[in-house]
Design a binder for this molecule. Structure first.
Ligand SMILES: Cc1cc2nc3c(=O)[nH]c(=O)nc-3n(C[C@H](O)[C@H](O)[C@H](O)COP(=O)(O)OP(=O)(O)OC[C@H]3O[C@@H](n4cnc5c(N)ncnc54)[C@H](O)[C@@H]3O)c2cc1C
Length: 416
């Protein structure tokens, strides 16, 4: 039986970031990850890549950049991250329009766009350099038993069964969290009936640093600037239309996309691979129970409108790491009430607010009812004309609305 202070189930972007935040803290940490390690550039992978390191591109908020700086990850990621200096929001075929600008906010960038693979590689680099974290992979959670002073996990590591004992289990195992299901923690769930189809394009008239969110009759279409003059496409499509869009040949796909997006970036060329993700809201009703904390998608899986999911998960990581390092410094139980109550109190409001905002946007902007459409267009124009409202929205987009974790304020996760 192996003894740990903390076992993180799920070593995706969120679980990996938490392990990195705790490496070197003195806490004994293990990560149980179902997928094999990400292969170094040029090498053949030993198995399928982790889902989170797929073709997805992530819009990182300014707060996430600060957290990555605090974790020492940002320098490894900076070259792959394209700054967002302006966000342009519009309603296709209608008058609604709004914009956010980094200059108005006095910041060099409102956020950054980076491929999930690059973020994953930076996290892997952090874990390799820091050491002190046991990475168990490919490994699957078999059994989980919660006791008063510890939890026991049965884990199959490369097919061989191992028993782990820990004082805290962190569920970072994604939207279908096995930990959450085993413990019968309830969720609020809604399937939107839409998919996000992701791809990349290279426009002939690029506008560096400009991100577009265009609301269309089938939902939002986001175009995010990437390095190398490419733009990431996140096209929301109704479930029934998804197979047709995926099956289009490249020319037909570009023609359809161009028609939806317009000519703001000139002609769109060189479409990349297309992948569809079903969209749903899954919000855990409780994010803690004795000896257990839920982080990232295990706690909140959101519609990707406004690119909030990972940023929210990273703020969970920053707060939990701060509480755990404090517990370690003061000799407290990492899975005890001080840590778990603190985590619930500090993270609950942010998680609920962001879930509510993204859910409202996702539903409001596919509603074809004319009065709703007119009201939201008027709302967008009012927003564009009102600097105070724009400033409040920009702060939320930058992850700077509400209570900020220490790491997002440029402070270390508790002083070591
Ligand atoms: C199309 C799309 C675009 C998005 N764009 C953005 C964006 O711009 N900005 C943003 O902030 N967010 C965005 N998101 C959300 C973001 O991708 C997720 O919030 C984030 O990846 C969640 O990370 P996670 O580590 O919590 O979960 P996951 O990425 O799901 O990772 C869970 C991990 O747990 C492992 N696992 C699962 N079960 C087990 C088990 N039983 N045993 C061991 N391991 C297990 C899995 O292998 C995986 O590695 C987007 C999402 C989508 C679908």
């Amino acid at each position: 039986m192996q003894d740990y202070d903390l076992v993180i189930v799920g070593g995706g972007l969120v679980g990996g970031s938490l392990a990195c935040a705790l490496a070197g803290s003195g806490l004994r940490v293990a990560v149980v990850e179902a997928a094999t390690a990400q292969a170094p550039k040029g090498a053949a992978a030993a198995g399928p890549p982790p889902a989170q390191y797929d073709e997805r591109v992530i819009a990182l908020s300014l707060a996430s950049r600060r957290i990555f700086e605090g974790l020492g990850i940002w320098p490894a990621l900076a070259d792959a991250a394209e700054p967002i200096r302006r966000v342009h929001v519009s309603d296709r075929g209608h008058f609604g329009f709004a914009h956010l600008d980094a200059d108005d906010e006095g910041v060099p960038a409102l956020g950054y766009v980076a491929p999930a693979r690059a973020i994953g590689a930076a996290i892997e680099g952090c874990l390799a350099a820091a050491g002190g974290v046991d990475l168990l992979r490919p490994a699957r959670l078999g059994g989980l038993r919660i006791q008063q002073h510890h939890a026991d996990l049965e884990v199959a590591v490369a097919g061989v069964s191992q028993l782990l004992r820990t004082r805290l289990v962190v569920a970072a195992d994604g939207g279908d969290s096995g930990v959450r299901k085993r413990l019968k923690l309830g969720v609020r769930e809604h399937a939107y009936g839409y998919n996000a189809i992701i791809s990349t394009v290279t426009p002939e008239s690029p506008r560096p640093g400009v991100a577009y969110e265009r609301f269309t009759d089938s939902g939002p279409l986001a175009m995010l600037p990437m390095t190398g003059g490419r733009w990431s496409v996140v096209w929301t499509a109704h479930e029934r239309d998804t197979p047709t869009i995926l099956a289009l040949d490249d020319d037909a796909f570009i023609a359809e996309l161009q028609q939806r997006f317009g000519r703001r970036l000139g002609a769109l060329t060189k479409p990349g691979r297309r992948i569809a993700y079903p969209l749903r809201l899954v919000l855990a009703k409780q994010i803690t129970r004795p000896r257990v904390a839920l982080v990232g998608n295990a706690a909140h899986t959101l519609h990707p409108v406004a690119g909030q999911g990972f940023n929210l998960g990273l703020r969970d990581v920053a707060e939990l790491a701060d509480l755990l390092v404090t517990a370690q410094l003061t000799g407290r139980d990492p899975g005890g009430p001080a840590v778990l109550n603190g985590y619930r109190r500090r993270r609950g409001p942010d998680q609920r607010t962001v879930a509510l905002v993204t859910d409202t946007l996702a539903r409001l902007f596919v509603n074809p009812f004319p009065p709703v459409r007119a009201a939201r267009d008027a709302g967008m124009l009012a927003l564009d004309l009102c600097p105070t409202a724009r400033h409040a929205l920009a702060r939320r987009f930058m992850g700077l609305g509400g209570r900020l974790p220490r790491l997002a304020r440029g402070l270390p996760a508790a002083s070591r």
